[in-house]
Write a protein that binds this ligand. Structure first.
Ligand code: PPE
Length: 310
């Protein structure tokens, strides 16, 4: 069982987590059209702070717009609801899951005119790929599943249904004894993990796949900005699946996965087999930033006000 915060915001009210339930005819359960995002709130020296809340709230609203789901909520309103949910639940650090879905007002595929319902759920979530993974690196498998073409399902949007593909890839990788799956796009270029963006280090430069079929991750953007500020060159380039095998370093980025080093892909050891200097430096900078310990990045951290909704 996931240990949720005491209250969930559901359609305009805070309800106890145990009572935050939906009908069996909930449209999104039947047809997979839901929108979600994932945000982390970190403990800092000055109380809990939400990392890049503005960007996550905006992406959530953009995802709804992309699929034509009307949630009657602006990004700023969602931000206030998220902050108030964290305050009510008394979290010091947590993962935040805004969710938009179609309810039980209709069956059938016609969603025109339907309104999206919204929930904000929080829970405490440790290292997504394990503490040891963060420290020593994980083992990945190139998946037999292909990442969506953006004209099949729109990949900029965090649509629940898009994640059927990620779940297949993840289950396959785990069943085969790996920790995570890596996916190729329909043209055969390596683009993403099942729930993370990817970076390789080549000639001491960071290289990450360009926008296309990827979810343009907020952690990906954070890594690119931190690296450039540190004087580490960053390039966007398409990656054939053989390129990471001979890269110096490889890591994954994501809200849940944070900065997770990869030590092995398809039974080939990457670099020295343990996290390399650039991965370690990026990881260190990332945790300093989210912990409020690096000057100059306060604008990425939102404190929890006494009442965000007043
Ligand atoms: N690609 C995919 C496919 C993806 O799902 C995520 C986040 C990212 C890249 C990284 O995006 P960002 O979080 O903005 O840096 N995946 C979320 C879901 C994890 C889950 O298992 O649930 C997350 O990290 O919150």
């Amino acid at each position: 069982m996931v240990d949720m915060g005491k209250f969930v915001w559901l359609n305009g009210d805070w309800v106890e987590a145990a009572d935050a339930n939906v009908s069996i005819l909930t449209h999104s359960i039947h047809y997979g059209l839901s929108i979600f995002d994932g945000i982390r709130c970190y403990q800092t020296g000055n109380g809990p702070k939400v990392f890049r809340l503005r960007e996550h709230a905006q992406r959530f609203c953009d995802s709804c717009k992309i699929v034509g789901m009307d949630i009657e909520l602006k990004a700023e309103e969602l931000e206030a609801i998220i902050l108030e949910t964290i305050r009510r639940n008394g979290h010091k650090a947590c993962y935040i899951r805004p969710l938009a879905f179609y309810g039980d007002d209709r069956v059938g595929l016609n969603t025109l005119g339907m309104k999206g319902r919204v929930a904000v759920i929080t829970w405490e979530w440790g290292a997504y790929l394990g503490e040891e993974g963060l420290l020593k690196g994980i083992r990945c498998k190139t998946s037999s599943y292909t990442r969506h073409h953006p004209n099949i399902t729109m990949t900029r949007a965090k649509v629940g249904g898009n994640y059927v593909n990620s779940q297949m890839a993840k289950a396959e990788a785990l069943a085969d004894g790996y920790d995570e799956a890596l996916l190729l796009d329909p043209e055969g270029f390596l683009v993403e993990g099942s729930g993370e963006n990817i970076f390789i280090v080549e000639d001491s430069k960071l290289i990450t796949p360009p926008q296309g079929s990827i979810l343009p991750g907020i952690t990906r953007d954070t890594v690119m900005k931190l690296a450039r500020a540190e004087g580490i060159p960053v390039q966007e380039d398409r990656l054939t699946r053989d390129r990471p095998l001979i890269a110096e370093e490889f890591f994954l980025s994501g809200t849940a996965a944070e900065i997770t080093p990869v030590r092995e892909i398809d039974r080939r050891v990457i670099g020295s087999g343990s996290p390399g200097p650039i991965t370690k430096r990026i990881q260190e900078l990332f945790f300093k930033v989210v912990g409020g310990e690096l000057p100059g990045y306060d604008h990425w951290l939102t404190p929890i006000p006494p009442n965000a909704l007043s």
